[in-house]
Ligand binder design. Structure first.
Ligand SMILES: [Zn+2]
Length: 316
């Protein structure tokens, strides 16, 4: 007895159920002679396009698990679909948490994407970009976690463990093209943001600080004129209030500090006080939404206002 598979008529596009024990059939819609294998392949192609759309939609909506299911369906039919491997890799990385890292699995999937890609250079670029984004969000998650829970320098040091998957991902990105200065600069920038965000005592001898130094040395070998960016400490309180070190208000306040406050004596005193109490205040804030709201109104808003005002004055 023959079993039936989903097929599509290559001539009229009609949906067919084709028997797998025959080579050809007649299309029930247009009457043309249809090769069974072609009809099956055509249906699969239509499915792949459909699944790819659904996967992309799920991915954009943050439904990583759902997206992975669709990418798997594509890969079941077309094992060398580089875009599906890439999408699955990114979504797998997105399901990664501090407690349960999916980074090794994601890296494996990125390798599959690279193996299957027709345009290897383009895929390398996409993978590198993705790895740097993934590492940055891992760094941020680790920082937010530590800012919330660490009550001492030794507890802050647990961040070393939390960021290790991201450091492997950055090493992987660099290994894809060891001569790429763009990648090295992006890797160093990612490290810098992490190092600047956490209390100085907690990262004095941290392995990631040494890792960053190694990348700086590598970049200097490629470009003897390279000057590493100056380290800047982060706005702990503003970051905790806004929940993200990259919020425009945080950047605005950071500019106020780096461009105005450092130039006068009382400003520097304020910064040094802020650096001492900042991490403690930031921790207190992250526990209490009420305190966070209060800080937003009495501290962040006025600082943002002042800083915008000063900037306006300067440009006039
Ligand atoms: Zn037909």
């Amino acid at each position: 007895m023959s079993t039936f598979k989903s097929g599509q008529c290559p001539n009229c596009g009609g949906d067919l159920q084709v028997p797998d024990d025959k080579n050809t059939i007649l299309c029930m819609y247009c009457g043309s002679k249809v090769v069974v294998a072609d009809a099956v392949q055509k249906a699969a192609g239509a499915n792949i396009a459909n699944w790819r759309n659904l996967a992309e939609t799920a991915r954009r909506g943050g439904q990583s698990h759902e997206a992975i299911d669709y990418y798997n369906k594509i890969l079941e039919i077309e094992i060398s679909d580089a875009d599906a491997w890439f999408g699955k890799a990114e979504c797998t990385a997105m399901t990664s948490t501090l407690a349960n890292t999916k980074m090794p699995e994601a890296l494996n999937l990125f390798l599959k994407a690279l193996e299957s890609a027709a345009d290897k250079e383009l895929m390398k670029k996409s993978v590198t970009e993705s790895l740097i984004n993934i590492s940055n969000s891992n760094f941020r998650a680790a920082f937010n976690h530590s800012a919330k829970f660490a009550t001492s320098v030794s507890e802050w040091r647990e961040i070393e463990e939390l960021v290790s998957p991201a450091i492997i991902a950055l090493a992987f990105a660099h290994a894809l093209d060891t001569k790429s200065q763009t990648t090295l600069k992006a890797v160093i920038k990612a490290f810098d943001e992490l190092i600047n965000a956490i209390p100085k005592e907690a990262c004095a001898n941290a392995p990631f600080k040494k890792a960053k130094q190694e990348y700086v040395v590598k970049l200097k070998l490629l470009d003897p004129n390279y000057i590493p960016p100056k380290t800047k400490s982060d706005c702990f309180v503003a970051t905790a209030v806004m929940g993200d070190g990259h919020h425009p208000d945080v950047m605005q306040i950071r500019r106020l500090r780096d461009e105005c406050l450092v130039r006068c004596c009382s400003g520097r005193l304020f910064i040094s006080l802020y650096n001492q109490i900042g991490p403690h205040l930031a921790r207190a804030i992250s526990y209490s939404p009420t305190l966070r709201g209060a800080c937003h109104n009495i501290l962040i808003k006025p600082l943002v206002y002042i800083s915008k005002y000063i900037e306006q004055e300067k440009t006039l």
